[in-house]
Each structure stands twice: as structure tokens, then as C-alpha cells.
Design a protein around this ligand. Structure first.
Ligand SMILES: [Zn+2]
Length: 260
């Protein structure tokens, strides 16, 4: 009985009152003859967050099917945009600009070579100090102090190199997951309906960051208020990462424009 069911937008859908994630639930009821009614899956607020000092009191239960369908419909619309395919293909083929970060690594590695070179030379000087020199002890101590400073500097540079390399890796990984999502979006219409609930959930989690709804369905039947994506999408001929639906009109408005 609905064993394969996944609450696809659990945590992504936000409570319109307190803003925390709404989670999937199931209503499983027995008929008088002992057989089960069809499972009813719904999203609801867990009432964990306080609003004005009180636990959030949003009680409405939203049908999962209804919300999921509406979000999927938005994505279907996005991918049908003729500009979309062109923009996505450009995006996939494009190289990420990591020149600056690579220069930074190069600079740090050069610094590292200079410091280790200085350390080696200093070591040789210390070895070749004349033990009969009357300032031997003082000279040796001075050199030792310089040596310790060099060790500190080398360690600092090594830490910086590691930090910058991690930053580069993150950028590259972000690019890979972005490309996977875009690749999939190109075939969204053909693939999505064949997905299991789990695959749908995984895909939507990698693409959609947040879905906001109105407290109640609007008189014209709308209830989606705002969707935030993890990656830029194409709307009309604009690139954007968020879509919102104006309260006054049915016309979608695009927020947070990105130059495209
Ligand atoms: Zn709430």
C-alpha cells in the first residue's frame, strides 16, 4: 500500500505562517469492513517555530499531489520556453572562469617555493657556521629564530593553498551538479513521468531550493507564491533564480534578475 511513496517536496515547501519546512504525512483510514481507504498524503507544518511568541498555528493540510503537480507544472512551463534550450546548451558547453583562482594558487605556490628555498639556504648557513667564531652562539640563535619564522610562514602559505584549492574544487563540483540538472531539464518532459517517487524527490531537491504558498488558495485557484531554484533558470529571455506570482495579477513576475 503506497510503499513506494515519497513525500517529494518535504522540507522544501515552506509554511506560509512561520516559514519553516512543511513535512509529508499520511492519512490512512480503515473502512467499516476493514479494508483501507486510499492513502491521503499531505504536507503540514510541524508547528515547531514560534510566531509572535506562540507556536505556529497553521493547521491547513495541503494535498501532496496538488502541490507537487503545481510545482511540476511550473518546471514544464520553464522547459517549454524556446529560449530555454538554447540558453541551457550554451551553459552546458561553457567553461567556468577559474583563471583568477588558478592565478592565486600559482602565486601562493611560488611563495611556497621561495620560502622553502630560503629555509634550505639558512640550514646550509647554519651548518657551515664556524664553531670557532666568537659569535657562534649568537649567530646560531639568530639563524634559529629566522628558521622558526620561516616555518611559520611556510605553514601559513600551505594552509592558504589548501583553502584556495578547496574553493576551486567547490566551484568545479557546483558546476558539475548544475550541468547534471540542466542536462536533465532538457529531457524533463520525457523523463520525469517515468521517474519513481524517490527519483522525483532527488531531482527536485537538487533543483528547487524553496517553495512558498499562500495561506489559502486564492479566489482564482492559485496557491503558489514563490519558487526559489538552486540554479539560474530562463524565463522569457531573462535569467533568474526565483519566480514569484503577484498577488494582484496572474502574471508571473521574475525577481532577482541576473544579467543574461
Ligand atoms: Zn508553521
Amino acid at each position: 500500500h503506497s510503499l513506494d511513496h515519497e513525500h517529494i517536496l518535504s522540507g522544501i515547501l515552506r509554511c506560509p505562517l512561520c516559514g519553516s519546512g512543511m513535512y509529508g504525512n499520511v492519512n490512512r483510514k480503515k473502512k467499516k469492513d476493514g479494508t483501507l481507504y486510499k492513502d491521503y498524503f499531505y504536507y503540514a507544518c510541524k508547528h515547531r517555530r514560534l510566531v509572535d511568541g506562540h507556536k505556529c498555528g497553521y493547521r491547513k493540510q495541503w494535498s501532496e499531489e496538488k502541490i507537487n503537480n503545481a510545482v511540476e507544472e511550473v518546471i514544464r512551463k520553464l522547459v517549454k520556453n524556446p529560449k530555454f534550450e538554447e540558453a541551457i546548451l550554451n551553459k552546458i558547453g561553457s567553461r567556468i572562469d577559474t583563471e583568477e583562482i588558478e592565478k592565486e594558487i600559482e602565486g601562493l605556490e611560488k611563495q611556497h617555493r621561495q620560502l622553502t628555498g630560503a629555509k634550505a639556504r639558512l640550514g646550509q648557513q647554519m651548518d657551515s657556521l664556524d664553531i670557532m667564531d666568537k659569535f657562534y652562539e649568537k649567530k646560531y640563535q639568530d639563524m634559529e629564530t629566522r628558521l622558526y619564522r620561516l616555518y611559520d610562514e611556510i605553514e601559513g602559505v600551505e594552509n592558504s593553498i589548501e583553502e584556495v584549492k578547496n574553493r576551486l574544487l567547490n566551484i568545479q563540483q557546483q558546476k558539475i551538479s548544475e550541468e547534471n540538472v540542466y542536462q536533465f531539464l532538457l529531457y524533463f518532459d520525457k523523463l520525469y513521468d517515468k521517474f519513481t517517487d524517490l527519483e522525483k524527490k532527488e531531482f527536485l531537491n537538487s533543483f528547487v531550493e524553496q517553495v512558498d504558498i499562500y495561506e489559502q488558495e486564492q479566489p482564482d485557484g492559485r496557491f503558489l507564491k514563490h519558487i526559489k531554484f538552486r540554479f539560474p533558470v530562463y524565463f522569457g529571455d531573462r535569467e533568474t533564480q526565483e519566480l514569484c506570482w503577484d498577488n494582484e495579477s496572474t502574471v508571473e513576475c521574475v525577481v532577482k534578475m541576473v544579467h543574461f
